[in-house]
Design a binder for this molecule. Structure first.
Ligand code: SF4
Length: 378
């Protein structure tokens, strides 16, 4: 898949030497970044670099962009939501009845250190869509699919003409109601939208045939920079609806005041606060970013107490192997859950509760083979 040329043209930082020239790194940091980037590349856009306070060791923006020591931990799994088992054709996943997910690129403008697709972003393209006739045939043959999510990698890093071709194929499928584009470009590289009239025109043209939603990911109010607000306005002006799926991240936004400001600011600029996700137990991510479920629940309760109705529309959920599980709340060690979406349709809307260890950050089954039976294991 051809990529847009903004990455090279706009001086994205990809090496430790480039980064050290921009923000002072210690010898320890340099060695660690060199080691980690052998397996998981780093890319920091100039826009995102400008959001970092260079001398602040606790800068939340830096934490999302620059590898940390905790990223050396392999605890967890590289595929926590069972993407492999839901893949029908290379690059096409069909887990939930109505939704097809297509991985259209393994490239991103920035490689977020907390990415749950760390196994593939900037690395290999073995999971990326290639056989488009087969993919279109699959969607055409499954009339229960009413929407397609273009993801990756970052779907808006794909060259405009390629995106045009993909959208042209999809908008012709009658049973699709809408198309979603998963992208952090409005956050990390808004010039891709602000400086590219052709991209906005392509999105506008196709959104007249089918509604297009952009699913983006602002995690911290400092990310809502004027350039990002402008990018959101351009997408909205083209007729697109922008939703936000934030991730709850340790030392980034695990604070009620920060999250409340994020949700309020999103609502002010017309971005729908759609989900707040519990960080998945992904290898190299879990130890760096995941907080315990009990703490997460308390933070979300505090956030909701601070917010008006529109700003607290988001669901606090976990993308589990068995489905999307809404985390409803807790009483002591007992936590309450409800399936919002499920691989097995019989589980949708099922509620269940569990005693959760106060240090535990995820729902696990005692027996791996029992994962489809989570609600029965109270
Ligand atoms: S832009 Fe999305 S896919 Fe890419 S690294 Fe960030 S979270 Fe992962």
């Amino acid at each position: 898949m051809k990529q847009n040329n903004y990455q090279s043209r706009n001086g994205v930082i990809k090496s430790v030497d480039q980064l050290n020239g921009a923000i002072m790194l210690s010898h320890g940091e340099i060695r660690r970044i060199e080691k980690i980037t052998e397996d998981h590349p780093m890319a920091v856009t100039p826009h995102y670099l400008n959001l970092i306070v260079p001398n602040d060791p606790d800068d939340p923006i830096k934490k999302m962009a620059v590898p940390s020591f905790a990223e050396t931990s392999l605890e967890g799994s590289f595929d926590t939501s069972g993407e492999k088992e839901n893949t029908k054709i290379q690059g096409l996943q069909h887990k939930y009845t109505q939704t097809a997910l297509i991985l259209i690129t393994n490239q991103c403008a920035m490689y977020c250190r907390h990415c749950f697709r760390k196994r593939l972003v900037g690395v290999g393209d073995e999971e990326i869509a290639q056989d488009w006739p087969a993919i279109i045939n699959y969607i055409e043959g499954h009339e229960e699919i009413n929407n397609v999510l273009l993801s990756g990698g970052d779907a808006l890093t794909v060259a405009t003409e390629e995106l045009d071709t993909i959208l042209s194929r999809l908008v012709r499928i009658p049973h699709l109601n809408y198309i979603r584009i998963g992208s952090r470009i409005p956050v990390v590289q808004p010039c891709r939208i602000n400086d590219d009239d052709e991209l906005v025109e392509v999105l506008k043209r196709h959104s007249q045939a089918k509604r297009i939603y952009v699913t983006t990911q602002f995690n911290h109010p400092l990310e809502i920079a004027p350039e990002s607000v402008e990018a959101i306005k351009r997408l909205q002006g083209a007729g697109l609806v922008v939703n936000n799926q934030a991730v709850l991240l340790k030392d980034v936004n695990d604070d009620a005041a920060v999250l409340a400001e994020l949700m309020t600011s999103l609502t002010r600029i017309g971005v729908v606060p759609y989900y707040l996700f519990q960080c998945r137990p992904v290898s190299r991510v879990k130890d760096a970013f995941q907080i315990p479920l009990a703490d997460a629940c308390d933070i979300v309760d505090q956030v909701k107490a601070k917010l008006d109705g529109l700003s607290k529309r988001f669901r606090f959920a976990m993308s589990h192997r068995t489905g999307k599980i809404e985390i409803l709340g807790r009483e002591g060690d007992r936590m309450f859950f409800k399936y919002h979406q499920a691989k097995d349709p019989a589980l949708i809307s099922k509620m269940f509760s569990r005693e959760i260890d106060p240090h535990e950050g995820w729902l696990y089954c005692e027996d791996e083979d029992d994962e489809g039976l989570l609600p029965c294991q109270e």
